[in-house]
Design a protein around this ligand. Structure first.
Ligand SMILES: Cc1cc2nc3c(=O)[nH]c(=O)nc-3n(C[C@H](O)[C@H](O)[C@H](O)COP(=O)(O)O)c2cc1C
Length: 187
């Protein structure tokens, strides 16, 4: 058995997405931020996601003021943009324009969807809590949009078609082959 070494934890649980979160200012101008800290919290009824975001970001103030955000899950071919969006602030530039993304009006919230991402969630903030060096927003998912050509025969998002990648240990990794499906141990 391997010996264990104690190290200083940094984002110790992996992987996570590198999700693109949109918000809007009081005049409706949109912003985008890249977040690794984006996760499922309540999975079916209701569907609630969490995002953890530093108060120093521009997005934090916009999400707090409006009480709305969208989550957009990018594909691996968008990686350079995803990383770039996490390196600059919307205080200094208009990120939709700078990174060549197309804003699509959402149905229920003011922040736009990102057309180039195959999965988009419209979220309303339920709560905000300070947690260590980030603030945690819980958001109810009011609507989920999925590119029609990324659905399987039963109408669910097909993980084989989504072109997803993950963020783990400060590294982006592509997602490989399917190795099993939920409940495989019972078969
Ligand atoms: C892959 C990646 C993951 C990130 N995850 C987070 C995160 O979970 N929370 C956070 O506050 N910032 C995170 N960041 C940093 C923000 O994206 C960055 O501070 C951004 O410039 C803030 O933009 P804004 O000021 O326009 O809101 C991440 C950046 C990258 C590239």
């Amino acid at each position: 058995m391997a010996t264990k070494t104690r190290i200083a934890p940094l984002r110790p649980v992996y992987p996570s997405p590198a999700a693109l979160i949109t918000s809007v200012d009081a005049d409706g101008r949109p912003n985008i931020v890249t977040l690794g800290e984006c996760f499922n919290v309540s999975i079916r009824r209701p569907v609630i996601v969490g995002i953890a975001i530093r108060t120093a970001t521009y997005s934090h103030g916009l999400i707090r003021a409006r009480g709305e955000f969208t989550v957009n899950l990018p594909t691996a071919d968008l990686l350079e943009k995803v990383d770039g969006i996490g390196m600059v602030s919307g205080r200094d530039c208009e990120k939709f324009e700078r990174f060549g993304f197309t804003p699509l009006p959402a149905d229920e919230v003011a922040p736009p969807l990102i057309a180039e991402c195959p999965v988009n969630l419209e979220c309303r903030v339920l709560s905000e809590q300070e947690v260590g060096d980030h603030n945690l927003f819980l958001g109810e998912v009011l609507v989920q949009h999925v590119d029609s050509d990324k659905l399987d025969a039963s109408g669910q998002p097909d993980p084989r078609k989504l072109g997803m990648f993950v963020f783990a240990l400060q590294t982006y990794l592509s997602v490989g082959e399917v190795i099993g499906e939920l409940g495989l141990s019972r078969r």
